[in-house]
Design a protein. Structure first.
Length: 360
């Protein structure tokens, strides 16, 4: 593991223990106090090829939280790439967003970050994630070719959210077929938690298939858009878990399936776009015991990664969409194996990947 920067001794111990737990990998850090840059690039595994993963630009309550987020998300990208059959490893970048950020400071940070990515020599390829946008990737591209998801006018695929949403839709359809024995979603109720970028596009996909929508978000504007365009019913954020529905689709932040929320669920299926939905592995077992089919997050939400991976090879939107369609078969394979082994879908998905990467 390579590291550049300073972390207190207590956190170094925690960091290496966590790295061993996640089977790392490399960790790179870059700091520039003159512009407020604090960046982490976690490269989890390179066995299948260079690592692809987005850049997250949000506020954190401290360096340990940012490190943990980068490392956990990078591992998820390794698993997502492998289970999708992509010739890439997994990585993730986290830039700690300074409080009181100005536009000028933002530009300086992403110029410096582009130089940081270039210094890694191509083992890590970056793209958009929470808190970043196409204009940020345009700046990064001024310094490195190891970037995807920049301005479509310059040959990029642009926003991957519609592809992520389409892949989730295909995963939802597989879950409905496996659990409910249905080939359609007409009349089924889906509770969508988070209707920002991906969640909005997923709501649109589901609405077009005849599903009834119940939505929530921290943004009133996002909620109102779904209510007006799709006839969705809205509830407060804390009420979404208890909605009587067929499918609960988490599309916001992670760790939302936990001891507090799982007992509230009134659904047959959990299938959504969020990363790291299970707070702990044991929560997958809790869902199984309640008879709720869980669609492992990194398998069902791989559409965005599949899309940008196609861009890396030479972009063709039709090819990217065709590859996203295969998420249906991926999910059915996981569901069927989990059923035959009486195991959680999350543990089965992990085993499939670990057999591919580590020979476990």
């Amino acid at each position: 593991m390579q590291a550049v920067g300073c972390v207190c001794r207590r956190d170094i111990v925690d960091l290496f223990d966590y790295a061993d737990e996640l089977r790392y990998g490399e960790l790179h850090m870059k700091a520039d106090p003159r512009i407020g840059l604090r960046a982490i690039v976690a490269v989890h595994n390179l066995k299948r090829g260079p690592a692809i993963g987005g850049t997250r630009f949000i506020e954190y309550d401290g360096t340990p939280s940012a490190l943990r987020d980068a490392m956990r998300l990078a591992r998820g990208m390794t698993y997502k790439a492998a289970i999708s059959g992509l010739n890439h490893g997994g990585g993730k970048a986290v830039i700690v967003r300074p409080r009181g950020l100005t536009d000028e400071q933002r530009e300086k940070i992403f110029h410096a970050f582009g130089e940081f990515v270039e210094s890694l020599g191509g083992i890590y390829i970056t793209c958009e994630d929470s808190g970043t946008r196409v204009s940020d990737m345009n700046i990064v591209r001024e310094h490195t070719e190891h970037v995807l998801g920049f301005d479509p006018g310059q040959g990029s695929s642009g926003d991957p959210s519609p592809f992520t949403a389409y892949g989730v839709r295909r995963g939802v359809e597989a879950a409905v077929k496996f659990k409910l024995g249905r080939d359609d979603l007409d009349g089924l109720t889906v509770a969508v938690q988070g209707v920002g970028s991906v969640g909005y596009h997923l709501a649109k996909e589901l609405h077009e298939l005849g599903a009834k929508l119940v939505v929530t978000d921290v943004s009133d504007a996002s909620i109102n858009r779904c209510v007006n365009e799709f006839g969705a019913t809205s509830v407060a954020p804390g009420e979404i878990y208890g909605v009587d529905c067929d499918i609960f689709a988490p599309c916001a932040l992670g760790a939302i399936l936990n001891d507090e929320t799982i007992p509230q669920l009134k659904c047959s299926i959990v299938a959504g776009a969020s990363n790291n939905q299970l707070e702990e592995d044991r929560h997958g077992q809790q869902l199984l015991e309640r008879g709720i089919l869980y669609a492992p997050d990194y398998a069902i939400n791989a559409g965005g990664l599949i899309n940008v991976a196609q861009e890396y090879e030479g972009y063709d939107a039709e090819v990217a969409r065709d590859e996203c369609t295969k998420i249906y078969d991926t999910m059915m394979g996981i569901f069927e194996r989990a059923g035959s082994e009486n195991a959680t879908t999350a543990s089965v998905a992990d085993r499939i990947v670990e057999e591919m990467i580590f020979g476990d």
